[in-house]
Design a protein around this ligand. Structure first.
Ligand SMILES: Cc1cc2nc3c(=O)[nH]c(=O)nc-3n(C[C@H](O)[C@H](O)[C@H](O)COP(=O)(O)O)c2cc1C
Length: 660
């Protein structure tokens, strides 16, 4: 397979074509130092078989708060390499990574407008819609941006070159200059006509806007010598239409200029973190591998190797892209987080053991929602001192994870599920087209049940008598939670709860009212299927998609509210389906009609074919008290202990199953 064939970048020999892209949330010690956790984090990925490993963005300057010329990416501190005293730390990572046959590179970059420093202060184009910027939506504020002087820029170029030389001295195999992600980084924002309005030599035309990256690469080259690989990360399309960098700008102007400056490999990403973050922290709503055409376009215009990235979670897809000549190397970010052993398991002929990323963006490195071990101090997974008879009640994600861990530890495990299939609420949510990737964790766990010989009984509602008969040593109650139907909806035709609506999709009519702002993804999915959808809730706008992470929240918010991606004309307005109604009280429900009133007293009658309820959930823990004394140990985990997210179910399962 091509994906496991070696490849060379300027003399750096990679054993395969799989790489870990930069991920900022690697562990960092005090003052940006490397500690044991940092080393272990990188070593895990090397052990798993990845050929090339990049660090997240490393600050080449003394860390400074937002707006200072040393502000790291997002103004965060993270790891730094601004002084020789940091070299031994990086040498330790290099040694650990090399021991497993992988290569290590650092990404060097500085924060841009997002961290309060940039080519020019705002206003930027299309300020009418500036409230859709990521920070505004997530945090509710924006950082003031300071224009850096020519002296500061020259100093930054020198500092980056010095950091590159330190990386080489530490025994690292390559360095990458971060020139991607628009407003997130200094170099990308200088390239972008959206942020760079300077009239001095660092702005004006393409030559001026490319001066900072070109001069930086030239200084890096001097610092590391002619035989050392320098990679550059670019956003091939900033997704800002005519205001930002387009793919045509990239292929015609940017790639040739950077190649001429001495770049040995293009790491092709996309998007602008402030305005179009969907290219960077890509939510599960986007199809796997959806941005590979950008790497393919860059490959057409350069002779040096090209890296493609973006929601590539399976090696068959990586192989296909390599075979098609769309890229030379494939970066897998969150996949190598959710399962650092992805390449190893594939090579060992057990792809079914790979835990595929679900794209939820809940952590992505520390922690990962579906992999409990991705954290600083997990409870170790040890063989149990005394094998016990364990009964798990409930076959959702939490129950299956508890069964998996208990079986791995040597316990004899039986799992009983009242439905006919495993997966519980997560499997149902995976029936929503936008969140279909949730199915990855259900499939993985169901497969592990078979492989670990967990005795699974479906269609089995457990009673106290069953437990008395089975006589387990340990009972783990993982019976989940149930959506509560408000009194006034009971026995009304066309009413379903959220989970039922996913299982009985064919019965959903054309006019749909969804009661519960939490069901934003369902509302969008149904609207995309052509239904007429109204999403309504008692709370205000600030609660919309409140519990979603970063770009997921941002995507949903953008789609459902009047803030939007930059529009070329004011007429290009949002289509208001689904319509979202806030601060709503329901006055009355009759067959096919809901009478509502908002906080200001305005009344409306909403006709519906189907009314979907997605509001409070109640824990299904009624067995818990009844089971006390029926086994030596009785626990409850997941939703049935406290209503939460996928991560909470996986976490609580491990916290119990690793200790019994
Ligand atoms: C939590 C997180 C941190 C990231 N940090 C960086 C970073 O420091 N530098 C960078 O260039 N890209 C960063 N990225 C983007 C990733 O390198 C990668 O391009 C992105 O995750 C898409 O790849 P994937 O779908 O395989 O994860 C980050 C992404 C995530 C989700």
């Amino acid at each position: 397979m091509k994906v496991f064939e070696p490849i060379e970048i300027k003399g750096m020999k990679l054993k395969n074509r799989i790489g870990l892209p930069p991920l900022l949330n690697m562990p960092a010690g005090e003052e940006g130092h490397i500690n044991d956790l940092t080393v272990r984090w990188f070593e895990e990925r090397a052990k798993g078989g990845t050929g090339l490993i990049m660090t997240g963005t490393i600050n080449p300057r003394p860390p400074a708060p937002s707006g200072g010329a040393g502000a790291g990416l997002l103004g965060m501190r993270g790891l730094t390499l601004h002084d020789d005293e940091y070299i031994p730390g990086f040498a330790k990572i290099a040694e650990a990574v090399h021991a497993h046959g992988a290569k290590l590179g650092i990404q060097i970059g500085l924060g841009g407008p997002m961290a309060g420093q940039g080519p020019s202060p705002p206003p930027y184009p299309d300020e009418r819609h500036a409230t859709d910027d990521l920070f505004y939506v997530i945090l509710g504020f924006r950082v003031p941006v300071r224009e850096l002087s020519i002296e500061e820029l020259e100093q930054i170029e020198d500092d980056i070159a010095a950091a590159a030389a330190r990386a080489k001295a530490a025994g690292l195999d390559c360095v990458e200059l971060h020139c991607g992600h628009g407003g997130a980084t200094l170099h990308s924002s200088f390239i972008s006509p959206y942020y760079n309005k300077r009239t001095d030599k660092y702005g004006g035309d393409w030559e001026g806007r490319l001066r900072l990256p070109v001069e930086t690469i030239q200084k890096m080259r001097k610092a590391v010598g002619k035989d050392y690989p320098i990679l550059v990360r670019i956003s091939a399309d900033h997704f800002l239409g005519k205001w930002g960098v387009t793919l045509e700008d990239t292929t015609k102007i940017i790639v040739p200029a950077l190649e001429k400056a001495g770049v040995d490999c293009f790491d092709v990403t996309q998007g602008d973190m402030i305005r179009s973050n969907e290219g960077i922290q890509i939510p599960l709503y986007y199809p796997r591998g959806c941005f590979i055409h950008l790497a393919a376009a860059v490959k057409q215009v350069t002779r040096v190797p090209v890296i493609g990235v973006g929601r590539i979670v399976d090696l068959d897809m990586a192989e296909k892209f390599l075979q098609e000549g769309k890229a030379d190397i494939i970066f897998m970010g969150r996949q190598l987080t959710s399962d650092p052993e992805t390449p190893k398991k594939y090579l060992e002929g057990r792809p079914e053991d790979i835990r595929h990323c679900i794209g939820c963006l809940a952590g992505c490195g520390r922690p990962c929602a579906i992999n409990y071990d991705i954290q600083d101090e997990p409870i170790p997974l040890t063989t149990a001192e005394k094998p016990k008879k364990v009964l798990v009640i409930g076959g959702g994600v939490g129950g299956m994870e508890a069964a998996r861990i208990a079986a791995l530890r040597g316990h004899k495990v039986t799992l009983m599920e009242k439905d006919s299939a495993l997966g519980g609420m997560v499997a149902a949510l995976a029936l929503t087209p936008l969140t279909a990737e949730f199915g990855n964790i259900v499939d993985y766990l169901a497969t592990q049940m078979r492989k670990l010989k967990v005795e699974v009984r479906v269609c089995k509602e457990v009673t106290v008598a069953d437990v008395e008969e089975l006589k387990p040593d340990v009972v783990i109650l993982a019976a989940g939670s149930s959506l509560i139907l408000p009194e006034e909806t009971r026995d009304k035709p066309g009413v379903m709860n959220h989970i039922e609506s996913l299982k009985r999709k064919r019965e959903i009519g054309h006019k749909v009212v969804i009661w519960g702002l939490v069901a934003a993804e369902l509302a969008l999915s149904l609207a995309e299927e052509g239904k007429d959808v109204i999403l309504m809730g008692r709370a205000g706008e600030d609660t919309l998609a409140r519990d979603y992470n970063m770009t997921r929240k941002w995507y949903v918010f953008r789609k459902l509210t009047d803030v939007n991606v930059p529009r070329e004309t004011p007429e290009a307005a949002r289509v208001s389906n689904p319509e979202v109604l806030y601060n709503i009280n329901v006055e009355d429900i009759t067959a096919g009609e809901i009478r509502i009133v908002d906080n200001e007293g305005a009344k409306r009658v909403l006709p519906y074919d189907t009314l979907i309820i997605s509001r409070e959930r109640a824990v299904n823990d009624s067995l818990f008290d009844a089971l006390q004394g029926k086994a030596a140990e009785v626990y409850k985990i997941g939703d049935c202990s406290q209503v939460g997210e996928i991560k909470d179910a996986v976490w609580s399962a491990n916290e119990v199953a690793r200790k019994i």
